[in-house]
Design a binder for this molecule. Structure first.
Ligand code: IMP
Ligand code: MG
Length: 426
């Protein structure tokens, strides 16, 4: 029961990086279970700020084994840049393992991502253009390239000679883009193979060993439940499964070993890209929260859409993931507000409902029920235990816990590691 799943309960960017970094202190292993370099995590340690796209947040703890898991798609070029940056800042990479089963983003994937978005016109999704969707589609179509293929370059070349004509056909004929050649891709990936070789392994024995010994293993999710391919606001989703089921599939661990599932939620809501967002705030209040919360994407720099905390989304995330504990982040962003709103229910075509429904055109046209709670109008950034928080802030946490159906066990009140209220034992 030593496995802890740490996942996003909203539309991503909940602050999972900071929470995983804290949890990693007492963990022997952290596994990134899904997603790719569409994700971005920021971890602040003293004067230094680390930005990760692919590397598990636990890398800053030298004793922790960090695994890039089976369910990830990675762009080797991006990964190598991240590795070099970390090495230049003195991080120890000896405990990094990249699963040979993880898939690779190939040079045509980002190009196709951009072309497909363009072709969707007004209905575009607002992807990160990193090639994540096209790479996952190829995985499902069984024409993907896995990290392990870097250790079998003849095989990689043979597969390219079959796959590349399919890709070039789409690029040239549908989009009028220039084709790729087998020679150029092979040369590029041969170089990556040389530089990544020392990290590539089958993590199966390591992971099973850790689980069997009862070591603490953290599954680090990327994105969030509302971006899940099945459970989220399809088609305005990412191409992987950021939910608890996806975390287990992506790591290769069975549910019986899971001791706790932590859902990370922001004290309000944000979303990047297009698609329904019931509690979205437009106008000056939205603007204010965006600036105060620095709500700009780690990966793309895009301004995030912002809105009130949506308890319907939270309750749904608690249900579909089996969340035991909520980690609520960025509470301090709300410090100055006079009144804070929580969405407690939806009405769709006059009918009350308490969860985000599959039909996104209904989800886009809801009437919302709100509960207003008084703000605390003082700084929470120095709070280190619940009793340090003003009464109104504790009341806000209690309402969130009651409405979502899970206790708020962690609260983050600033970007620094120590600006966190942690449970005494967990
Ligand atoms: P893709 O994952 O690049 O295909 O993008 C699909 C949708 O997921 C877009 O709305 C992106 O903005 C969103 N998305 C992807 N990764 C993240 C993330 O790490 N945080 C927040 N949104 C994300
Ligand atoms: Mg992010």
């Amino acid at each position: 029961m030593s496995v802890v799943i740490c996942l996003g309960g909203q539309w991503g960017d909940e602050g999972k990086g900071k929470i995983v970094d804290l949890l990693a202190e007492s963990a022997q292993m952290v596994i990134r279970s899904q997603g790719g370099n569409n994700a971005g995590h920021t971890v602040v340690v003293g004067e230094r700020t680390f930005k990760f796209n692919l590397i598990p947040a636990g890398i800053l703890h030298p004793e922790t084994v960090c695994v890039i898991g089976n369910g990830v798609v990675l762009d080797p070029k991006v990964l190598l840049a991240e590795l070099e940056d970390l090495e230049s800042q003195g991080a120890n990479l000896d405990n990094l393992v990249i699963s040979e089963r993880a898939h690779m983003i190939m040079p045509y994937h980002p190009v196709l991502d951009r072309m497909e978005e363009g072709a969707r016109g007004d209905d575009r999704l607002g992807t990160t253009y990193r090639g994540v969707g096209p790479a996952y589609s190829d995985k499902v179509r069984r024409i993907g390239f896995r990290v392990g293929d870097l250790q079998k370059l003849r095989f990689l070349e043979k597969k390219l000679s079959f796959v590349l004509p399919l890709k070039n056909d789409a690029l040239v004929r549908l989009y009028g883009a220039p084709p790729f050649t087998v020679e150029a891709i092979l040369a590029e990936y041969t170089d990556y193979a040389r530089r990544l070789d020392r990290f590539i392994r089958d993590p199966y024995p390591l992971i099973q060993g850790a689980v069997a010994r009862g070591e603490r293993v953290i599954l680090e999710g990327a994105q969030g439940t509302m971006l899940d391919l099945d459970l989220g606001t399809y088609p305005y989703v990412t191409s992987s499964y950021p939910s608890a089921g996806g975390a287990l599939a992506g790591a290769g661990i069975g549910p019986r070993y899971v001791g706790r599932t932590i859902g990370v939620f922001k004290a309000y809501t944000t979303r990047v890209g297009y698609g329904p967002f019931p509690t979205e705030l437009e106008g000056s209040l939205g603007e204010y929260l965006r600036e105060r919360g620095s709500e700009y994407g780690t990966t793309t720099g895009r301004a995030r859409r912002v809105g009130w905390f949506d308890a319907c989304v939270a309750r749904y995330a608690v249900g579909v993931n089996g969340i035991d504990s909520i980690a609520l982040t960025k509470l301090d962003v709300l410090d100055e507000l006079e009144v804070i709103r929580i969405c407690t229910g939806y009405r769709s075509k006059g009918e009350p409902t308490d969860h985000p429904m599959a039909n996104i055109s209904h989800l886009k046209h809801l009437e919302l029920e709100y509960e207003d709670v008084p703000g605390w109008q003082q700084s929470t950034t120095a709070a280190r235990q619940l009793s340090d928080l003003p009464g109104e802030a504790r009341q806000y946490l209690a309402r969130i816990a009651a409405l979502a159906g899970a206790p708020v066990d962690w609260v983050s009140v600033g970007a620094e590691r120590d600006q966190t209220i942690e449970p005494a034992a967990w």
